[in-house]
Design a protein around this ligand. Structure first.
Ligand code: MOS
Length: 711
């Protein structure tokens, strides 16, 4: 039989998705289901003085209006072991437990009605009077309120080696700059939604989630109930990019409302509500200093990153990681500081912190190459990190040189004329830019159940998720090969707490973690298969042994290799831009990326991942920007008309190559994981190309036309 691992198989869940048979959280149509609509605070800080729900309650179809005045008191038991996607310091928002207001958009009431229109109409009639207090809506750098180091509990801080300040002071060549990117929102196609239904003291939640086990454990703690009494179902996720990692307040609200009205309650967030009800990538400002010898060797890297968090939680990112680990440099100092503001808590968004840190580092490296008069690739090769100098251990595999070479060849980098503003096509300025991509590879414990049936089919299941990267497909391929069955005979299931525990579907960990457990489970099945004749099928052996089915479980978790080695995906990204000097508009006619992600299980879907990352990178570089009104503490463009994301017309030629690589030290599959690395490096490659085209360095992304027009 032909092996399917490594083959460009189309998505096994594709037909269900395009025919509408795939059911998303908001689409479960339960009997007797009613609908919820939220009322939000319109002030950034203060307390509710009066809340008048009488008009809302009079509306047709309304069953209840729940607020802090009449909501049940929820225990909100502390989560002793917080999941890795939750902030480690602070307390999650306690919904409807008191009159305090901490940010604009905080849910202050929920209306439950027979139809969603009735609920939303009534929600608009809830009258609120506030006692307003002064709000902090911006990160301030003045003495009154300086940002502070993330508390040790929050983790993810900075790090250092050598004496970076001293080395920087003495360095003959220097770069010293500030750069930033604006707040970004995930804006997945599918809005967040939860349907809650109680059966006595048992609760079922249909939720948009990247981690059903986490929803179960958080809701168990919020309600003070046994986790076994909660089932969370999430078979399909219409994009998430990190926004569905955590359990957000609206999930609690749906469960609370369903208990209070004794019906199944459906709560679907509107596009506008997504800007205040789930997190976002925080605007991050970074002071970057590079010191180098005249030959380009780095002697010092200093980073000082500042980001906002909420006033109730300390959300911290790994912004320091790329600075500490991408290049060889004896003296490195990375700081990460936070400032609480009256806003909802930020959260991971595709390559959280890493994409941000890569951006600052790679723009700074471009400035250094420019200052040295050195080719940007040559500068990176001179500082190639043979080991992970932050951890002081070797990489389990690294083929970054091959990435630079492959991407440069495919891009025809040799055609670049080095001086800025030296390439033109008619009146358009042409620029070539490049950047290194980096994303740490990690694994987490995963369990899988595999069942073989006497009719020669198999079901493989685990409580993982597939928000779009192709988990259903890759896992089916791994199971089919291990079981020696055609791919059509293997059915992979996920997204249900009834299934064996899987790690968070995030951090690019799913393939390496869950995939390894899938192979383990299928191997265990094969080992237990009754003996039979040569060429006798599995089903025939089961039937002869009088078995209808055979079940096995598999498990995987990281081993000692995580201490002896450091693992990461690597890549090189090249971008061409065309800039209109009169209008400041930037087009990206092509992006070329070459990646070392270990073994590729499905080249078609892996390529799709990278295409998506490149499109996201175009957004980060040129368009995506939540416009924050600091007077009011709110996003002004909380919609898809004014918050710009790339559309087909913005995307032209995207070229993806995977260099030969397999990392069996990292895991038996040889796969390092692929998702988030695809976003890393794209925005700085574009920003560097814009500099090359125009001679104008824009360090504050996105590069909107006006930034290129103003001197
Ligand atoms: Mo990703 S930000 O780990 O979903």
């Amino acid at each position: 039989m032909n092996s399917v691992v490594g083959q460009p198989i189309s998505r096994v869940d594709g037909p269900a998705k395009v025919t509408g048979h795939a059911i998303y959280a908001a689409e479960f149509n339960l009997r007797n289901m009613v609908h919820a609509a939220l009322v939000h605070s319109t002030i950034a800080h203060g307390r509710i003085d009066q809340l008048d729900t009488r008009d809302a309650e009079q509306e047709p179809g309304v069953l209840a209006v729940i607020s802090h005045l009449n909501a049940e008191r929820l225990p909100y038991e502390p989560l002793e072991k917080r999941p890795p996607v939750d902030p480690k310091a602070g307390e999650q928002l306690h919904v409807f437990q008191g009159p305090e207001i901490l940010f604009v958009g905080q849910p202050i009431a929920v209306v439950i009605a027979e139809t969603v229109e009735q609920a939303r109409t009534a929600a608009a009639l809830v009258q609120v009077a506030y006692h307003e207090q002064v709000a902090t809506t911006e990160v301030r750098h003045d003495r009154a309120q300086p940002p502070t180091e993330a508390s040790s509990k929050a983790g993810r801080g900075g790090g250092s080696r050598g004496d970076a300040e001293k080395a920087f002071a003495k360095a003959p060549v220097k770069v010293d700059m500030w750069c930033s990117h604006d707040r970004e929102h995930h804006n997945a196609v599918e809005p967040h939604a939860t349907i809650a239904e109680w059966f006595g003291d048992h609760l079922t939640l249909y939720d948009k989630s990247q981690w059903v086990d986490n929803v179960r454990s958080e809701i168990a703690h919020v309600f003070g109930m046994p986790a076994e009494n909660i089932r969370v179902v999430s078979p399909f996720v219409g994009g998430a990019f990190g926004s569905a990692l955590r359990t957000w307040p609206h999930v609690t609200i749906a469960a609370l409302a369903a208990r209070q009205v004794g019906r199944a309650v459906r709560l679907e967030l509107t596009r506008r509500e997504l800007y205040v009800s789930v997190g976002y990538r925080p605007r991050t400002e970074q002071h970057m200093q590079l010191g180098a010898e005249a030959d380009g060797r780095l002697v010092a890297i200093i980073q000082d990153a500042v980001a906002p968090t909420s006033v109730y939680e300390e959300y911290a990112e790994r912004t320091a990681d790329p600075v500490l680990r991408t290049y060889s440099c004896p003296n490195v100092q990375a700081r990460y500081r936070l400032a609480p503001v009256n806003a909802n808590t930020p959260c991971p968004m595709r390559a959280p912190g890493i994409a941000t840190g890569v951006m600052a580092l790679e723009i700074a490296m471009d400035e250094l190459a420019d200052g040295l008069g050195m080719d940007p690739i040559e500068l990176r090769l001179r500082n190639y990190a043979e080991n992970d100098e932050a951890k002081g251990v070797p990489w389990s595999s690294k083929a970054l040189r091959e990435c630079y070479q492959t991407a440069a060849d495919r891009f025809l980098w040799s055609r670049r004329s080095a001086p800025p503003r030296s390439m033109r096509n008619g009146r358009l300025l042409i620029g070539y830019g490049m950047a290194t991509a980096f994303y740490p590879a990690e694994r987490a414990p995963a369990s899988v159940q595999a069942i073989l049936y006497a009719n020669d089919t198999a079901v493989v299941r685990t409580a993982s998720s597939d928000m779009g990267p192709g988990t259903y497909t890759a896992m089916t391929q791994l199971a089919a090969d291990t079981l020696g069955l055609p791919i059509e005979r293997v059915h992979f299931e996920l997204g249900d707490t009834e299934m064996p525990k899987a790690p968070v579907h995030g951090g690019s960990m799913t393939l390496a973690s869950v995939g390894t457990a899938v192979v383990d489970a299928c191997k265990a099945l094969m080992a237990n298969l009754p003996a039979g004749e040569m060429a006798e099928g599995h089903g025939a052996r089961l039937r002869r042994a009088g078995l209808e089915s055979l079940t096995a479980t598999g498990h995987s978790e990281p081993g000692d290799e995580a201490n002896k080695y450091s693992s990461a995906g690597f890549g090189a990204v090249f971008a061409e831009v065309w800039v209109d000097p009169d209008f400041g508009t930037v087009r990206v006619p092509r992006i070329v990326g070459a990646y070392d992600v270990g073994r590729v299980i499905n080249p078609k879907i892996a390529r799709s991942q990278c295409l998506g990352g490149m499109v996201g990178g175009i957004g980060m570089a040129l368009m995506e920007q939540a416009e924050w009104d600091a007077r009011l503490g709110r996003v002004m463009n909380a919609n898809l008309a004014e918050y710009l994301v790339p559309v087909n017309a913005d995307v032209t030629d995207l070229d993806v190559t995977f260099v030969r690589s397999s990392d069996e030290i990292f895991n038996p599959l040889g796969a390092k994981g692929l998702a988030e690395i695809a976003l890393c490096g794209v925005a700085p490659a574009i920003a560097n190309a814009v500099y090359h085209a125009t001679g104008k360095r824009v360090r504050h992304l996105p590069i909107m036309p006006e930034k290129l027009l103003v001197d």
